[in-house]
Write a protein that binds this ligand. Sequence first.
Ligand SMILES: [Zn+2]
Length: 287
Amino acid sequence: MPAVIEGGRIEAAPVVQGCLSKMAIAPGEPGGPVRYTLRAGEHRLDLNARLGQPLELNWTGAIACTHCGRATKKSFAQGYCYPCFKKLAQCDTCIVKPETCHFDAGTCREPEWAERHCFQPHVIYLANSSGLKVGITRGTQVPTRWLDQGAIQALPILTVETRQQSGLVEVLFKEEVADRTNWRAMLKGEVEALDLLAERDRLLARLDGGLGRLRERFGVDTIRALDEAPVTFDYPVLEFPRKIVSHNFDKQARVSGTLLGLKGQYLILDTGVINLRKFTGYEVAVS
Ligand SMILES: [Zn+2]
C-alpha cells in the first residue's frame, strides 16, 4: 500500500513482522462496525482502516509456541508446541467437552489453573452466527467469544458456577439446537436475524425437566436464569464472498489481496479467506 509520508514522498507501507495472535475484536461505537486489530508480535495494525486496500501477509516459515515461546515445526491446538499441547490443562479434551471434567478424579493436568479458569462462573448463551446455536464461555469472555465466532446476535441466558456445569447444560441444549457455526454460511453473510428472546423462552420451557435434574444434582441456585437484552454486531464487510476459497500458510506462505471484510477471526480478501486464529504463533510479515 503506498503511503504518503512527510515531504510528500511516496513510500511502501512499513512492514511489520512478528508472531500472530488472534485478532483483537472489540464492539464498535453504537451503530458502528466491530473494530479489528491485527496482532503480530508487539505490532498492532488497525484493520478497519485497511478495508478496500491491498494487504499482504508472508509467513517466514517460523512458528513459536504461544505458551512457552519455543520454536515448533508444527502448531498443535492452534498455537502450541507438542510438549505444551500434552502438558497444559487448557489443551486437554475436557476444555472442549467440559462435561468430561475429571478434576474430582484427581487427574487434572493443572489443578491451580483449573481453579482460576474452570471453577469460575460460566455463561450459557444463544448466538446467531450461521443460524441459532448454543455456546458456553467464562463470564469474562463476553462479548469476545461472540465476536470471534462472527455472531451477528447473542443473548446470555443462564449462568452457572463451574465450567463442568456449563458443559452439562450445553449437552442438554444440544438436543434442540446446534453448537457449531457453519463458517461458510457465516462468511457469505447468509444469516437471517432471529428473535433470540423467543428462542430462549421456547428452549427453556422445552428443557425445563433436564435443567431441573441438573439443579437437583448441583443445588437449586447453581443454574440461574439471566434476564438480559440481546446484543447485535455489525461487521466491517464491503463485500461478502459468493464462493469460499481458503488460504493456508502451510500450503502457500504468501497471502495477498484486497481486504474486503472482517468477520469472526477471518480476513476476507478478494482472493480468498483466511482464519487467522488457526495460524496463531506463525511468524508473518504484514504489509
Ligand atoms: Zn510450548
